[in-house]
Design a protein around this ligand. Structure first.
Ligand code: ARG
Length: 347
């Protein structure tokens, strides 16, 4: 009896640890009520355990980790961030244009796609801690300029190895608090500009909640809950909500920490999904794109009152600066009037 209970517990805790979607597939022919009951029971059980272990916390941003060897950033060339590469499923989304999001990175593990990431400067991509937790750095690959994963002709991608994995020290695999990480690319510096078409995304300003803004999420994740990942990079627009409102959804309010930012419609329908993790949620501010969130978790995908939850990037600006001090920050925010050339990448 106890062995059986322990086994169930270990399996369930392991499942919640991996954040396997917290739902039990409901067989269309089976009794739906029973299916829903088991789903609710499962969620309750996981929540109960999470509360027992006391993993839900609202800790502030922890002290920065040991900084990297800094370079003299005053010698850095000017760098413009946030410019889309072309004029202008994720669930309920649209396919993007080739090189539309020129900072969008695809992460591979042992050569296979598994997460998204965003280029923030010449050497670093930002992703989710759960995309690196338990993974061996030397088997992680970072690909820039990918568009259609099933085609090699539409866009010439560039592959990088990873020379350093920086997982946030406060990351909790059970609560998903501080679900943020940086990967240093094994390169002297990625070349930006019209030769390559690569541009980094802008970091957000500190302190803003972004509630009421429209968020844009990009990724190769599933186009429906339980579906397979997408071949073509998709984008989806969702409203960003305040953390107070997010705590009024179906999520237990203790689960939404100040390090998270939620986005979605009350009725669901549009959302990020499995495989989008680590990728960006942006806001487009005067046409320059800023990364305000990193795809982190959600119960199912695009469900009513279960918004997508993202790591709140502007809680980590010091952490990012400290851990990327060996690279040149990209601080000039793209503006179409003054930086006309930046937006027209060569193909
Ligand atoms: N954890 C998922 C991943 O690894 C992302 C889930 C996002 N879910 C959502 N409903 N927005 O890809």
């Amino acid at each position: 009896m106890w062995t059986a209970l322990c086994l169930i517990t270990v399996t369930l805790v392991a499942a919640s640890h991996q954040r396997i979607p917290v739902y039990v597939p409901i067989n269309a022919n089976a009794n739906t009520a029973a299916g829903e009951l088991s789903q609710a029971a499962y969620v309750d059980y996981v929540n109960w355990w999470q509360n027992i272990i006391g993993i839900i916390s609202n800790t502030e941003e922890p002290a920065a980790e040991a900084p990297v060897t800094p370079i003299d950033q005053s010698t850095c060339p000017p760098c413009t961030c946030g410019a889309l590469g072309t004029k202008n499923r994720i669930v309920g989304g649209n396919p993007t244009y080739v090189r539309q999001y020129p900072w969008m990175a695809m992460l591979t593990y042992k050569g296979k796609f598994y997460c998204g990431a965003s280029l923030i400067n010449h050497k670093y991509v930002m992703t989710a801690a759960h995309c690196v937790h338990g993974f061996e750095g030397k088997k992680i690959g970072v690909r820039l300029l990918e568009h259609d994963r099933s085609s090699n002709d539409e866009s010439k991608h560039i592959d990088f190895k990873v020379s350093r994995v920086i997982k946030h020290k406060g990351y909790s695999p059970t609560s998903y608090n501080n679900d943020i990480a940086l990967l240093r690319l094994d390169t002297e510096g990625v070349e930006f500009g019209p030769n390559t078409g690569i541009h980094p995304v802008c970091l957000p300003v500190e302190g803003k909640s972004f509630s009421g803004y429209e968020g844009v999420i990009t990724g190769w994740g599933a186009k429906k809950q339980g579906g397979s990942s997408s071949q073509i990079l998709h984008e989806v627009y969702v409203p960003i909500m305040s953390n107070d409102d997010c705590r009024k959804t179906e999520y237990d309010q203790k689960r939404i920490t100040n390090n998270m930012i939620c986005a979605g419609y009350p009725e669901g329908q549009k959302d990020s999904c499995q495989g989008d993790s680590g990728g960006p949620m942006h806001i487009a501010n005067n046409t320059a794109y800023h990364i305000v969130g990193v795809v982190s978790w959600g119960e199912g995908c695009a469900q009513a009152n279960r918004p997508g939850v993202y790591s709140r990037v502007n809680r980590y600006l010091n952490w990012v600066a400290n851990n990327t001090a060996d690279s040149c920050p990209c601080t000039n925010v793209y503006s179409p009037s003054t930086d006309a050339a930046v937006g027209t990448a060569a193909y």
